[in-house]
Design a protein around this ligand. Structure first.
Ligand code: ADP
Length: 479
């Protein structure tokens, strides 16, 4: 293990141990790789206090000073991407090459928001009263808190810390219990490049409920950013109401991937594979419901099945592996339950459909199922695993109707060539994000976020910084 393997809480620039600790295991081998400090409510409060003290000087730094520090942090992440990638693969399971890709992607938010820090500007507004002038300035919202999931142990954190710091906020991060090591490694690098003590604080815990509640209900915390399940997002939204704490939520999705009869079928199949099997299907923007126009269904299914059969599954440390293990036994059980229920309701398993026990308990075979209907659980729940579930439709209207038939509204995708159809369908889809002829929609420069029960607010892009800023209106009278 590298020197980036840190196991204690990171508070005010110090590594703070706790008596109680929890184990982090490698999902590929089941081996315990670290016993990590377990923050309680008192330690959470200490981190909040520290972030509040650090805010006073951090917000006063010039935008340029903050940008320079963020750039150094970005460079340090890039210099250490191999070690960060290996650490992530060990705690999360994704192939090392893919983990390094996530480190680069995560670092790109730090680079992007270093730029945005210097573009926070204000306005002078026209007014009806000649004796007054109105200035609008943007100020950091204050102490922020972040709660993040295990599927992207690096990027889900940098997406929140980078805009917060760029805006002049300080932050307390509660990383996921399953994958805290990547966040602690990032804190180590931040400290090495000179990000001042107390600006970033990381508190791993096995008690998400109490720590989360303290973060959401503390009057000192002015903003909470959460990525995770819709159920927990709703709880946090209620808790944040106590002090009207500003809130961003990136919650679950149930992404449709529509393939129309005018699509380039081979390219659509390639894009689906990239979208569906990234991180073993464990992403909130994974294509979940594959909706194919009847006339091209057979051709598209054949193309997908042959590509899925070629995917290589194995431990993330092995060369040329496309898919690692799922995160834990619960994840495997859920995927297996959905696949078997679909089968017993009449769907056909074209390939896969079982655990690859020869590799270990958590390796699920890349799977394609056809004959899926809207009523099946596999269409209603996020699969969060390597399963392509194919449903069909006859007309464009029916396809759109099926695609929108969900309380979620995060990502959606479709494949088509006709220009008028591309405009019609992208305007009709009730989603925060639409990928047209591409399964890759997440970039630091794109606003990422959902509508309906998929969340509130946007991360990344020139819009993402607004989540960490408040407007102040200064009216000058008597002129
Ligand atoms: P997932 O299914 O992706 O793990 P969760 O919503 O359960 O989604 O977890 C996302 C994050 O929310 C994790 O950091 C987890 O520890 C945290 N979490 C889980 N339950 C709560 C809770 N009641 N309050 C605050 N945070 C929670």
């Amino acid at each position: 293990m590298s020197s980036l393997t840190k196991k204690d809480c990171f508070i005010e620039g110090h590594w703070v141990p706790t008596d109680k600790r929890f184990s982090v295991t490698n999902p590929a081998t089941g081996e315990v790789i670290a016993e990590v400090a377990d923050a309680d409510e008192d330690l959470t409060q200490r981190a909040i206090n520290v972030a509040e003290t650090a805010l006073k000087s951090w917000r006063k730094k010039t935008a340029r000073e903050r940008a320079m520090l963020l750039r150094k942090w970005y460079e340090s992440m890039m210099d250490n991407k191999q070690a960060l990638g290996e650490l992530m693969s060990a705690e999360q399971g994704k192939p090392v090459a893919e983990a390094i890709g996530e480190v680069e992607y995560g670092a790109s938010f730090v680079d992007w928001f270093a730029g945005e820090a210097e573009r926070i500007d204000g306005d002078i507004l026209p007014n009806a009263d000649s004796s007054k002038r109105v200035m609008v300035t943007k100020e950091p919202v204050g102490v922020c808190a972040a709660i993040t999931p295990w599927n992207f142990p690096n990027a889900m954190i940098t997406r929140k810390i980078a805009p917060a710091l760029a805006a002049g906020c300080t932050i307390v991060v509660k990383p996921p219990q399953l994958t805290p090591l990547s966040s602690l490694a990032l804190a180590q690098l931040a400290s090495e490049v000179g990000i001042p003590d107390g600006v970033i604080n990381i508190i791993p815990t096995s008690d998400a409920k109490s720590v989360g509640k303290r973060l959401a209900t503390s009057p000192q915390v002015r903003k909470l950013s959460f990525t995770g399940s819709t159920g927990v997002g709703k709880i946090l939204m209620q808790q944040c109401s106590e002090h009207v704490t500003k809130l961003s939520l990136e919650l679950g999705g149930n992404a449709p991937f529509l393939v129309f009869d005018d699509a380039d079928i081979e390219q659509a199949a390639e894009q689906l594979i990239a979208c569906k099997f990234r991180n073993g299907g464990q992403t909130c923007v994974s294509a979940n419901r594959i909706l194919v126009q009847q006339s091209v269904a057979e051709k598209f299914t054949d193309a997908v099945v042959s590509k899925v059969k070629a995917l290589k599954v194995g431990p993330g440390t092995e060369e040329n592996v496309d898919l690692g293990p799922l995160i834990d036994q619960d994840a495997v059980d859920k995927v297996q339950r959905l696949v078997l229920a679909a089968k017993s309701d009449g769907a056909t398993i074209e390939t896969g459909g079982s655990v690859m026990t020869e590799l270990g308990d958590l390796f699920y075979a890349p799977t394609v199922i056809t004959g899926v209907t809207e009523e099946m659980d596999i269409s209603e729940e996020e699969i969060f695993g390597p399963v392509v579930a194919i449903n069909t439709f006859e007309t464009e209207e029916e396809g759109i109707e099926k695609a929108n038939n969900t309380p979620f509204g995060l990502a959606s995708y479709f494949a088509a060539k006709d220009t008028a159809r591309i405009f019609r369908v992208s305007e009709a889809l009730e989603y925060g994000m639409v990928g047209v002829n591409t399964g890759g929609i997440s970039h630091a420069y794109n606003p990422f976020g959902g509508i309906k029960e998929s969340g509130v607010g946007r991360e990344g892009s020139k819009y993402g910084i607004d989540e960490y800023l408040e407007l102040k209106t200064v009216t000058l009278g008597g002129l």
